[in-house]
Design a protein around this ligand. Structure first.
Ligand code: NDP
Length: 244
């Protein structure tokens, strides 16, 4: 893996990033576009996606596409429509970064709210399963397709008070392992990134007392994201990588 982001070339690739309006997803979209990819920006807040779009255009990147979608309420039909549009416009999908997630409220086990549990499972697990399943026809049309899911330290070892978020990240690791095993030997590879503590809105919600200036920025993580989206990682599947 190269540490310098300039060593990666994603020219000609079409990559969908969920949660592309903020935090790590926004930085990934900007970085993939700077490396030459056409990026499909998916998220729930249109104004944030438009900012990411404007920054890509201002930097001279390939024109991105915007897909406003709330993964909490989206159905199989939405995701199938998304796949049809991608195939129509681009012919294939080379990369899928499942990045958007909900943290929810950190609380003791006995206080976990059922509605909040369901929302977190819906966005972090079920929606990601449904979207990935619906996008398989477009991914299979790419010469080498890379699916990257986003985990967390609490998706590998449970931690008190992290309830549904931690459980959802264990599920993410599990889904990626099942898919990697199933698609082994095909053109589709499936891996996971654990970003580690990163200066974003989600992190500041989880650790409000922390000095954010002591944390890595989303830009610091980008070599791992570029590596998994580039042809350098064609032979890599079923791995769970730490971005830090
Ligand atoms: P942020 O909360 O900063 O950004 C998350 C993005 O996901 C936002 O753009 C948000 O949209 C979008 N999103 C949330 N819910 C939905 C939804 N229902 N439909 C569509 N989009 C949605 O998070 P981070 O950048 O910090 O996290 C990115 C990923 O990294 C997550 O999977 C997180 O679990 C993981 N992670 C982060 C760590 C960290 O320290 N930051 C550590 C470990 C893992 P909107 O802008 O509209 O809110």
């Amino acid at each position: 893996m190269h540490n310098d982001v300039k060593n990666y070339d994603l020219s000609g690739k079409v990559i969908l990033v969920t949660g592309a309006g903020d935090g790590i997803g926004k930085q990934a979209a900007l970085t993939f576009a700077a490396a030459g990819a056409t990026v499909i920006l998916l998220g729930r807040t249109v104004s944030k996606l438009e900012h990411t779009y404007d920054e890509i255009i201002a930097a001279g990147g390939p024109e991105p596409a915007i897909v406003p979608l709330d993964m909490k309420g989206a159905t199989k039909t939405h995701y199938q429509g998304l796949c049809a549009t991608i195939e129509e416009q681009f012919g294939r999908l080379d990369g899928l970064l499942q990045n958007a997630s909900l943290l929810g409220v950190l609380s003791p086990f006995e206080h976990i709210d059922h509605d909040s549990w369901n929302d977190i499972m819906q966005v972090n697990v079920t929606a990601q399963f449904m979207m990935t399943q619906a996008l398989m026809p477009a991914l299979k049309k790419a010469p080498h397709a890379s699916i990257v899911f986003t985990s967390s330290g609490v998706g590998r070892k449970g931690r008190a008070f992290w309830g549904p978020y931690a459980v959802s990240k264990f599920a993410t690791e599990g889904l990626a392992q099942v898919m990697a095993d199933e698609y082994e030997g095909s053109n589709v590879r499936v891996n996971v990134i654990n970003p580690g503590a990163t200066r974003t809105t989600m992190r500041s919600k989880a650790y409000p007392g922390e000095d954010p200036m002591k944390l890595k920025t989303p830009a610091d993580l980008m070599p791992t994201y570029l590596y998994l989206m580039s042809d350098d990682s064609i032979a890599i599947t079923g791995q769970s990588l730490d971005a830090q």
